[in-house]
Write a protein of this length. Structure first.
Length: 297
């Protein structure tokens, strides 16, 4: 898609939302978008950093645009390449085609995003994206998302501080997203209660270093497709408020690492000091140990 046709598509999407039929210049687009009433419904976001086909357009940084408050609720959903821009039926916002099969670097893209006004508040955010090669700091200090649901086709990127300091986010659901490392993954996200569908893909043994430090997490689960050989790392949840129900859900989702190289050395879950530590029964703990995991309470 050329720059001219992209700008035409944006203008068409704005007119579809506002009901206007007049032409507009690129300089007028921010004010037109800022005037769109969005309410407090959900918002769908995708890779804004690589909004244009990578390598085919220059001079416009989508990372800069997304940090402009006028564009904070710009909706980009994954569609086929020939689908014309229109209005997303769930959020009521414009949508632009995203290329399936393309790899995206999301480092720092959604970091620091905040709601422009207290009246608009926070949103239930859905990130629908093809392959991601880098998650580092992708949502660092994001204060826009009340909840975050990620739908990802694949990729395997670093998740260092990907969801750190998200002060308003209560739940993160990961569906298909893979991380080569989750160091300081949710550090300091003190409103975060649950992170589900976690999937790591690494041959190392430090995937979860300080991953949950300072997060008020009650529940953590792995994705059903988690490979046993790719998650041989200690999991320290001692600084969380993991509940008994949360621990039971975690144990049920654990991959069976029995027989993996050095599994008894590295596959250790630390629950010391959590509500779960005092409340788990021997039968509940046995679910994890039967899969090769050592649980420290």
């Amino acid at each position: 898609m050329s720059l001219t046709s992209t700008l035409q598509a944006i203008a068409d999407a704005i007119r579809a939302k506002t009901g206007k039929t007049t032409t507009m210049t690129p300089a007028e687009m921010p004010s037109e978008i800022a005037g769109i009433e969005t309410g407090r419904g959900g918002v769908v976001l995708s890779s804004l950093k690589h909004f244009f086909n990578p390598g085919t357009e220059t001079g416009i940084s989508m990372a800069a645009i997304v940090r402009n408050r006028d564009f904070a609720w710009w909706c980009i959903t994954k569609t086929s390449d020939d689908t014309p821009p229109g209005i997303d039926k769930d959020s009521g916002l414009p949508k632009i085609a995203l290329i399936s099969g393309t790899q995206y670097d999301l480092s720092y893209v959604f970091g620091g995003m905040i709601s422009p006004t207290s009246e608009q508040g926070t949103y239930d955010v859905v990130l629908d994206i093809p392959e991601v090669t880098n998650w580092q700091y992708s949502f660092y200090n994001n204060r826009l998302a009340r909840s975050l649901a990620i739908k990802c086709e694949g990729g395997n990127g670093s998740g260092v501080r990907a969801f750190s300091l998200m002060s308003h986010t209560e739940t993160i659901d990961l569906d298909g997203a893979q991380f080569s490392i989750c160091a300081h993954f949710t550090t300091g996200s003190d409103a975060l209660r649950a992170i589900t569908g976690l999937m790591v893909n690494t041959s190392g043994h430090a995937a979860f270093q300080n991953a949950f430090l300072g997060a008020a997490i009650e529940k953590v689960t792995f994705h059903q497709n988690q490979q046993p050989s790719k998650c041989l790392s200690p999991i320290d949840l001692s600084s969380t408020v993991l509940t008994v129900d949360g621990a039971v859900a975690l144990f049920a989702s654990l991959p069976d690492v029995t027989g993996q190289t050095n599994y008894s050395t590295y596959c250790i879950i630390t629950l010391t000091g959590t509500p779960a530590a005092a409340g788990l029964t021997a039968e509940q703990l046995a679910v994890a140990t039967a899969k090769g995991w050592t649980v420290t309470v």
